[in-house]
Design a protein around this ligand. Structure first.
Ligand code: FES
Length: 145
């Protein structure tokens, strides 16, 4: 595990680049990897965390095989995306930012996904679903079983 981090340190020019590469390994920033990074860089874990939390693209929570993103941007919110998020939470028994116990699904609310004309929008990995109604959520999730 640490060999990968050593390689990343060797081949990166900035802390942000290192964090991006580390996140690609697990889909999120795994604590033990950050701990090792802090030792290797002789940098406090606190400094690494504050850099990572400053940017939106980093996550500290485990992600599922299928990563669900619900847009809570203004247009999607007005069109009911909050209800979609609540419905998914109910079906999968997870809250925003959590992953199911079997590691299959994770749920994250997000800012505008750039396709507001299809609001409300949900995304599962690279698949975008637009004009989603609460009643369709179960059926959409079933595609990923
Ligand atoms: S507000 Fe949801 S895609 Fe833009």
């Amino acid at each position: 595990m640490n060999k990968e981090i050593d390689e990343i340190i060797k081949n990166s020019e900035s802390l942000i680049e290192m964090l991006q590469k580390i996140q690609k390994i697990d889909g999120y920033l795994y604590f033990e990897r950050l701990f090792y990074l802090s030792e290797k860089l002789d940098m406090s874990l606190e400094d690494i965390y504050s850099t990572a939390t400053f940017y939106n693209g980093f996550s500290f929570n485990m992600k599922g095989k299928y990563q669900i993103n619900i847009c809570l941007g203004t247009v999607c919110y007005v069109k009911g995306s909050k209800e979609l998020s609540e419905e998914i939470s109910k079906i999968l028994n997870i809250k925003d930012g959590e992953c199911t116990k079997d590691g299959k699904f994770s749920l994250d609310t997000t800012r505008c996904l750039g396709c507001c004309s299809m609001a409300p929008v949900m995304k599962i990995n690279d698949d975008i679903y637009g004009f989603v109604k609460k009643e369709q959520v179960k059926e959409i999730l079933a595609k990923y079983n």
